[in-house]
Design a protein around this ligand. Sequence first.
Ligand SMILES: [Ca+2]
Ligand SMILES: [Ca+2]
Length: 152
Amino acid sequence: MTIPYTEEELEEAKAIFRSMPSYTEQISSKDIPRFHKALGWPSSPAQFQTYINYWDSFYGGVASLSQMIQVLRVIHDSVALMRDRVTACDLDGDGCVDPKEFKLLLKYLMIHDPNVKSTSFETFLEEADTNKDGRVSIEECTEWVQKCLQRK
Ligand SMILES: [Ca+2]
Ligand SMILES: [Ca+2]
């Protein structure tokens, strides 16, 4: 998933999105596998289930067209994509990643890149909290995610 989406491809993705059975302005997370398949993203049933869980956990089981297009727009830019995903995982919006939010983010990372190893929150805190204030901010977390994806 490193190819940039052109405006034309985004239009195509929008058309696919709108053709999903549950489409109103948004689609049910149950249609995520169908949407991914229509876009030509190969995923295993386990990956689909995790994606569904992801949308269920973060977005109450529905994906809006604008959210989906936002993901597609940044998918070629790993820094922007990860900042977007880290921001999305900050469920209580306090600008920091707590253990529950980290768990969801890690789950997402492990689907995104199978080389990502499971990490405890303690290790994450130690590695990511660069200004040592005991909290991991969105920026710190985004930097950590970059390092995490680069180390194989
Ligand atoms: Ca938070
Ligand atoms: Ca910090």
